[in-house]
Design a protein around this ligand. Structure first.
Ligand SMILES: [Zn+2]
Ligand SMILES: [Zn+2]
Length: 290
């Protein structure tokens, strides 16, 4: 009889444990990866096997839109705050200490407030404007190329398994300004960034969090000739590709996607409440029901 009782207790424990394990299968990690100057027409012509495989195995659109003006800092500000430039007011595009920090909460601030862990690895110094005190557990600027950014991010991911992590590859934009958008040199930069993407993806697997992670691959703007910043489709159109847990595999996203939807999607995936006044809305059509 005592034996039976023990067996029953063990069975109850087992059922509770199993229920908990099932509940934990939601999304716990979101990685936002930005290819600076990532013009869809050029990326699609470049050797990017990792990104291509993630698109066919995930959900995406090559027709997402950035905000105007199509420049790095203001566009990333919208991507990471969920609001239009008129609201975040980042109307400069360099590291200018006198401008201070971004005036609205970032997606990292909201995640941190909810007790999650956050990290940012960026290839340009101007991202310092987004480093609000107490909102990023890890913040690192690496201006020596996508591989260095990926290596730093990969090491951190394996060691610390952040809940929300932003990674920025800048080489493609630099090559665009020097050699032109769509030049062989820029296509090589995208190919190198694809290898960097592989390093990040491998780190997520090595960290043991692949089953609970979602990646969002996007860009701040496109480009034409050796510049960008205009309101033309060449400059305004960006990729938006998502891959991982809960993603509807092999889906072409037909909904209109704007860069400010990225922050909203990250919060929604992490089960956090979205600020009601955000311009961004989660791209729910790319994911299976919770
Ligand atoms: Zn840029
Ligand atoms: Zn640029």
């Amino acid at each position: 009889m005592r034996y039976l009782k023990r067996l029953l207790v063990a069975a109850v424990f087992l059922v509770c444990f199993a229920a908990q394990a099932t509940a934990a299968q939601g999304v716990e990690h979101v990685f936002i990866i930005s290819f600076d100057g990532g013009k869809p027409a050029v990326m699609r012509q470049s050797r990017m096997p990792v990104l291509s495989a993630m698109l066919s195995d995930g959900a995406g659109t090559w027709q997402a839109q950035t905000v105007f003006p199509s420049v790095t800092l203001g566009s990333h500000a919208s991507m990471l705050t969920g609001v239009l430039p008129a609201r975040h007011k980042v109307d400069w595009n360099e590291w200018i200490p006198a401008k201070g920090l971004i005036a609205v909460p970032t997606v990292f601030a909201l995640a941190k407030q909810a007790g999650l862990t956050t990290a940012m690895f960026a290839g340009k110094e101007k991202f310092k404007h987004f480093n609000l005190p107490g909102t990023l557990d890890k913040f690192e600027i690496l201006s020596s190329g996508a591989k260095a950014v990926a290596r730093a991010a990969a090491g951190y991911i394996v060691a610390s398994r952040p809940n929300l992590c932003f990674i920025h590859f800048a080489d493609s934009d630099g090559a665009g300004h020097t050699y032109g958008w769509g030049s062989p040199e820029q296509m090589q930069a995208f190919a190198d960034e694809d290898l960097a993407l592989r390093m990040v993806r491998d780190a997520i697997a090595q960290a043991g969090i692949a089953a609970t992670s979602v990646l969002i691959l996007s860009a701040d703007h496109g480009g034409h000739d050796k510049t960008h910043g205009s309101g033309s489709p060449e400059d305004m159109t960006i990729p938006w590709i998502t891959w991982g847990a809960r993603v509807k595999r092999g889906t072409a996203i037909s909904a209109r996607v704007n860069t400010y939807d990225t922050a909203a999607t990250a919060l929604w995936l992490l089960n956090l409440t979205l600020p009601q006044d955000w311009d961004g809305k989660p791209v729910t059509s790319a994911y299976l029901d919770k």
